[in-house]
Design a protein around this ligand. Structure first.
Ligand code: NAD
Length: 338
């Protein structure tokens, strides 16, 4: 069930038409944002260079929609490291949902320069191009990694620790610039600190894939799934629909207290990797499958749990799916793909 604020927003958007730019549109989160906006009859531009995203994600979105909605989509293949591309993409755009980035803590430790170029320089290109082109709102993806080694639980937005990876530095830098652009130029930005997001279209491919699709892939192909650490590590797993809701609420809020702020976007539910693994294996019909344990990875944090009060109070964000609800939907999708 959608929350009141989100229901009202969706009703409003079915009457009002805007042009949205979703960067990272061919990726996991970006493709869901594109899909929901098109469902609401919005004009959507997608920008992606297919670094970690896929044409088939976009195709699946368009196949899920009636033709009159699908034709509201325009795609630009381009790289956010190219300022001219960012200028072109933001021309005539009302609202930006900036998702394009290189994810993964281990990737950033192995190759900090590329992570910096995409996540910091690319972010700055998007931010300045959007501001120059008079975009009304700029919502961007941050990450729970900015909490670093802080042991405080639940994580509250202003309590930060020492950063543990170049990825975390890149996301923290995004937040600093986002806030300063609101302060210096009155350019309205919102940072969304996603906690571990999951759902359909999250890629299991490659060494930097997120844990959940990696496990699903292993379990569905009869291989042993790997858990880094002893499985007591905890995370606040957040279903994709909650993240879509948060983006749209932020982009459309009239609450000036929210301008320039960063928000935790999660469920507020702590789940251990062992518990999650068991649930997934059961939902996939392989309840007896056991994981193999490997060494804890550097740069990762042991426990994570979000306090989502700020997003609730200022944006009207209320998660519609807890971990169980989300896993039910996601596993049904994975089984269908197989
Ligand atoms: P994803 O890899 O599926 O999507 C990222 C998209 O950005 C991909 O389609 C990729 O091709 C595109 N991209 C990368 N570099 C680009 C470039 N130079 N120019 C244009 N496009 C480029 O990852 P995702 O999980 O959908 O993540 C989306 C955002 O959310 C990222 O900013 C990520 O850091 C952030 N985030 C995700 C999670 C999560 O759990 N998935 C958690 C915290 C933060």
């Amino acid at each position: 069930m959608a929350t009141i604020a989100y229901q009202q927003l969706c009703q409003r958007l079915s009457q009002e038409k805007y042009t949205w730019l979703v960067t990272g549109a061919a990726g996991f989160i970006g493709s869901h944002l594109v899909e929901q906006l098109l469902r609401l009859s919005q004009q959507v531009i997608g920008l992606d260079n297919f670094a970690t995203g896929y044409q088939h994600n976009l195709q699946q979105v368009l196949n899920n929609l009636p033709p009159d909605r699908a034709q509201l989509f325009h795609f630009i293949e381009g790289d956010i490291r190219d300022l001219a591309v960012c200028h072109q993409a933001t021309e005539g755009v009302d609202l930006v949902l900036h998702q394009a980035a290189l994810g993964s803590v281990p990737r950033s430790i192995k190759d900090p320069l590329t992570t910096h170029a995409v996540n910091v320089d690319g972010f700055m290109n998007m931010l300045t191009a959007a501001q120059k082109n008079n975009v009304r709102r700029f919502v961007y993806a941050s990450s729970s990694s900015v909490y670093g080694d802080s042991p405080i639980l639940p994580k509250v937005e202003h309590h930060l620790g020492q950063l543990l990876s170049p990825y975390a530095v890149s996301k923290m830098t995004n937040e600093l610039y986002g806030k300063v652009f609101t302060r210096c130029y009155n350019f309205v930005t919102f940072g969304l600190r996603y906690f571990n997001v999951f759902g359909a279209r999250q890629s299991p491919v490659g060494p930097y894939a997120a844990v959940l699709p990696r496990w699903v892939q292993s379990l569905l192909s009869g291989e042993q799934a790997v858990i880094y650490g002893d499985g007591t590590t905890t995370r606040d797993f957040c279903f994709i629909d909650n993240v879509v809701q948060a983006n749209l609420l932020a982009a459309m809020t009239d609450n000036s207290k929210a301008f320039g702020q960063v928000f935790n976007i999660a469920v507020g539910q702590q789940t251990s990797l062992n518990a999650l693994f068991k649930q997934i294996a059961t939902l996939l019909g392989v309840a007896d499958a056991g994981p193999v344990y490997q060494a804890f990875r550097p740069g990762d944090i042991k426990d994570s749990l979000a306090d989502i009060t700020l997003a609730k109070e200022l944006l009207g964000y209320v998660p519609t799916h807890d971990v169980n609800d989300g896993l039910g939907v996601a596993m049904a999708w994975y089984r269908k793909q197989k």
